[in-house]
Design a protein around this ligand. Structure first.
Ligand code: 5GP
Ligand code: ZN
Length: 119
């Protein structure tokens, strides 16, 4: 077993599993969702393993802030149309009842012309 445990998003951030990369820096990694719901659909994750929003602490404030500031910039780069006629959706599923399947914190960023597959 590798030092990533069983976390697929830790492996993606480390490049141990291939992905279609959108962005990376020393703290964050972004990549296209493998099953997109919308013409633009990518995920932004912290490199550090935080299971979900339920484990977020005050010390994570700057990291979460960076994720939220990055989202609109990447949304435009990836082809979302400009606000207000265009725009994008940010979604963070949390826990089983919140619809979370992968337990490494990630924000979905979705956009592009309607209709979408979901939402
Ligand atoms: P959740 O339901 O946890 O909020 O969303 C997990 C998302 O990760 C899903 O939209 C799913 O399509 C995506 N996903 C799961 N495994 C992989 C993978 O191996 N590669 C990529 N690019 N996306 C994945
Ligand atoms: Zn992880």
């Amino acid at each position: 077993m590798s030092h990533f445990g069983n976390c697929i998003f830790c492996k993606i951030a480390a490049g141990a599993i291939p992905s279609s990369k959108v962005y990376e820096d020393d703290e964050l990694f972004a990549f296209h969702d493998i099953k997109p719901w919308a013409p633009v659909h990518f995920l932004i994750i912290p490199r550090t393993h935080i299971p979900s929003m339920a484990q977020v602490e005050p010390g994570h404030a700057a990291l979460l802030g960076r994720m939220m500031v990055l989202a609109p910039k990447l949304a435009m780069e990836q082809g979302c149309n400009p606000y207000p006629a265009g725009g994008f959706r940010i979604l963070v599923n949390t826990g089983a009842e919140g619809g979370q399947d992968v337990h490494h914190l990630h924000i979905h960023v979705m956009g592009g012309a309607r209709p979408w597959l979901k939402g």
